[in-house]
Design a protein. Structure first.
Lengths: 213, 181
């Protein structure tokens, strides 16, 4: 088949193309992934029993804000990385800000805190399981985001896979906040971040295979 | 670059809205730009140029819903062409990939080349590898030029199954071309 014939084939009966595919795919992916992760959290881990009191504590909201800002920035980055030639703009800065902010809060807390309490602030009671539970909750969201990207056209596959993983990790961590009893910034700034980086690493390593088109 | 960018962009915007004549003009002009772009970069592999032009056209078609009409067309097409070029080089060897220069989007539209060589891979033959529910809709609506309704009547499929068959078939064709299927 000559290239001219291919052009005719592609143009014949092509009709109109959808223009809202990007937002639609990400909306479906995030909704389905979040619902499944929420069910996993409720039935496997359980909502923290003192959630009603926790929501009145600033520390709870600092944790939620950190994770939520990472999720928002990585969602924006995921969308931009799915469109060929779309500039990332300031989205990478938007991702760096919440990370440095939680580290600043953590450093202040450790510096001002009782030295005898520092290890407790960093390790809490659940550091062994925290990163793995966040990674577990990220699985359905990761599957959804990869599905969304596969229907679009990422051209930097390793980066797109890594950001997809980070988005899944951050959303999983957001849901994990409803279970997790830890509140100290040093804990969140390290173990939560580590939990988010597990799917990010898996995404970066598998991006070329999963996202090729 | 400005005039070519404006012309191609307005053609694609009309094409995405459903104007097939504009789409034909767009793809014809784009093939020349793709050919010129690849010819400059595949000096060592001249036999690959036309196949890569066709693979890129198929990619542009299958992924045309990812073009944001607010953005310059050049950067979108260039990103796709560059992605397909890197993908080809990765499929071959790393040795060859190092001798190829990958520059920015600015000169993408600067070297149109309408001198098409023969493609080595025949997409028409690859079409035969597709399952009937994808192959027949493509043959009837895209090669024979039937309407979706007539193709549906002829094959006994529903109209939406014909549309889905075309869509999935062209994606499957792209997967065969890049060696995934």
């Amino acid at each position: 088949m000559s290239t001219g014939d291919l052009v005719t084939l592609l143009a014949t009966g092509a009709g109109a193309a959808t223009t809202d595919a990007t937002s639609r795919r990400f909306a479906i992916a995030m909704t389905c992934g979040t619902v499944v992760a929420m069910l996993l959290m409720i039935f496997l881990l359980g909502v923290r029993p003192d959630l009603r009191e926790a929501i009145f504590l600033p520390k709870f909201w600092i944790k939620v804000a950190f994770v939520g800002c990472v999720a928002a920035a990585t969602l924006l980055l995921s969308i931009r990385l799915s469109l060929p030639g779309f500039p990332l703009g300031r989205a990478p800065v938007g991702l760096a800000i919440p990370v440095f902010a939680i580290w600043a809060v953590a450093a202040t807390a450790l510096f001002n805190g009782d030295p005898a309490q520092r290890a407790q602030m960093f390790f809490g009671d659940t550091w062994v399981v925290c990163p793995f539970l966040i990674a577990m909750l990220s699985v359905p969201i990761f599957a959804g985001v990869i599905w969304a990207m596969r229907g679009l056209a990422p051209t930097r596959l390793r980066l797109a896979g890594g950001i997809a993983g980070l988005l899944a990790g951050a959303t999983g961590a957001l849901i994990y906040c409803l279970h997790c009893p830890e509140m100290e910034a040093p804990f969140v700034g390290f173990w939560y971040l580590l939990g988010m980086l597990i799917p990010a690493g898996i995404g970066a390593l598998s991006g070329r295979r999963l996202l090729r088109w | 670059m400005g005039a070519a960018e404006d012309r191609l962009r307005s053609l694609l915007i009309r094409a995405v809205a459903g104007d097939e004549q504009s789409y034909h003009q767009f793809l014809t002009a784009l093939s020349a730009h793709l050919r010129g772009y690849f010819r400059k970069r595949l000096v060592q592999l001249p036999g690959e140029i036309e196949d890569l032009v066709q693979e890129s056209l198929l990619a542009v078609h299958n992924q045309r819903h990812t073009y944001d009409a607010q953005r310059p067309l050049t950067s979108w097409v260039h990103a796709i062409a560059k992605y397909k070029l890197i993908d080809l080089l990765r499929r071959r060897s790393h040795r060859e990939s190092q001798s190829v220069s990958l520059d920015d989007a600015n000169d993408f539209l600067s070297y149109p080349d309408t001198d098409a060589a023969d493609a080595r891979r025949d997409l028409l033959k690859l079409l035969d590898q597709l399952p009937e529910r994808q192959r027949l809709p493509i043959v009837h609506t895209k090669l024979d030029g039937l309407s979706v309704a007539d193709a549906a009547k002829l094959t006994g499929m529903s109209e939406s199954a014909v549309k889905v068959g075309v869509h999935r078939g062209l994606k499957a064709l792209a997967a065969i071309v890049r060696g995934d299927a």
